[in-house]
Design a protein around this ligand. Structure first.
Ligand code: THU
Length: 130
């Protein structure tokens, strides 16, 4: 699947966001190393900190389906001028070896960045003793 198609899957997922508080709908799509795609959307909560980001939901969807290696994650927000994954979600991506993050800017251009650029000098599974 191309990065543009992955963005399309993220956009479709964003339509299913549950965001009654922020009204900021986000969708994400995970491309697993085996080629499978898993999506997620943000799921808010009246107890605001209990909110789940779209990327967290998509990664959880993939991992709970058996995936352990993720190639790329795309994220789309429908209600703002483009968005970039939050810090916690960058760390979640780091756990599963994400190489690139696909987003779009305010004018709809596809933006692809290495996770290593978004989360430099990061802590990961190999940082722990064997
Ligand atoms: N949100 C995401 O889904 N992903 C991000 O990377 C940043 C923020 C959601 C959380 C909340 O529902 C809304 O956007 C506003 O912060």
């Amino acid at each position: 699947m191309s990065d543009a198609e992955l963005l399309g899957a993220a956009r479709a997922a964003a339509e299913r966001a549950y965001a009654p508080y922020s009204r900021f709908r986000v969708g994400a799509a995970v491309l697993a190393a085996n080629g499978s795609v898993y999506t997620g959307a943000n799921v808010e909560n009246a107890a605001y900190p209990s909110t789940l980001c779209a990327e967290a939901v998509a990664i959880g969807h993939a991992v709970a389906s058996g995936v352990r290696e993720i190639e790329a994650v795309a994220a789309v927000c429908l209600d703002g001028p483009g968005c970039s994954p939050c810090g916690q979600c960058r760390q979640r991506m780091r756990e599963f070896g994400v190489e690139r993050v696909v987003t779009e800017n305010g004018t709809g251009d596809v933006v692809v960045r290495p996770l290593a650029e978004l989360l430099p000098d990061s802590f990961g599974p190999e940082s722990l003793p064997a």
